[in-house]
Design a protein around this ligand. Structure first.
Ligand SMILES: CC[C@H](C(=O)O)C(=O)SCCNC(=O)CCNC(=O)[C@H](O)C(C)(C)COP(=O)(O)OP(=O)(O)OC[C@H]1O[C@@H](n2cnc3c(N)ncnc32)[C@H](O)[C@@H]1OP(=O)(O)O
Ligand SMILES: [Co+2]
Length: 134
């Protein structure tokens, strides 16, 4: 079912200082910051040779990462995103296996213009999993 690792997401309180660390200290190339109001975050992507890093900052009053940042004052790894060939088939199989799909259960369009879904961290080794249509 799961395929390529599309990205590893890091939640940060202060996007500009996180960008400075990746750009100036780690020498990374960053995408522009893109507000994603329907997801309650602003994202910056860092292209690596074999995957991407997604820097996430909270956007709006009820950002889904707000509580995560209350628990993790310095930020931290927030989720991993795997690609799947058919996100609806993957969802249906996961639900059959008893996994919890977050939100309405219907995919939303994610940062790459592709449908994405999130799976409950308690069902996947304490790790928030995002699926993105390949
Ligand atoms: C623009 C889209 C972009 C893309 O790549 O395309 C994105 O990635 S958008 C990313 C932001 N959106 C989301 O994360 C949506 C899915 N997330 C959620 O719905 C929430 O974050 C949720 C439900 C996973 C957690 O929300 P919250 O922290 O407010 O809930 P709780 O405090 O009740 O937490 C429940 C339980 O889960 C543990 N938890 C929470 N977040 C994580 C995490 N990131 N990794 C691991 N575990 C997590 C939390 O500690 C609680 O555990 P407990 O033992 O009960 O304390
Ligand atoms: Co993501």
């Amino acid at each position: 079912m799961i395929g390529r690792l599309n990205h590893v997401a890091i939640a940060v309180r202060d996007l500009e200082s996180a960008c400075a660390v990746y750009r100036d200290t780690l020498g990374a190339r960053l995408s522009p910051a893109v507000p994603q109001p329907e997801h309650g975050v602003t994202t910056v992507f860092i292209e690596l040779p074999n995957t991407k890093i997604e820097l996430l900052a909270p956007l709006g009053a009820d950002s889904p990462i707000a509580r995560f940042l209350e628990r993790n004052a310095d930020g931290g790894i927030h989720h991993i995103c795997y690609e799947v060939d058919d996100i609806l088939a993957a969802r249906d199989r996961l639900v059959e296996k008893g996994a919890r799909v977050l939100g309405s259960g219907e995919p939303k369009i994610g940062a790459h213009g592709k449908p994405v879904l999130f799976l409950h961290p308690k069902d996947f080794c304490g790790t928030l999993v995002e699926l993105e249509q390949a």
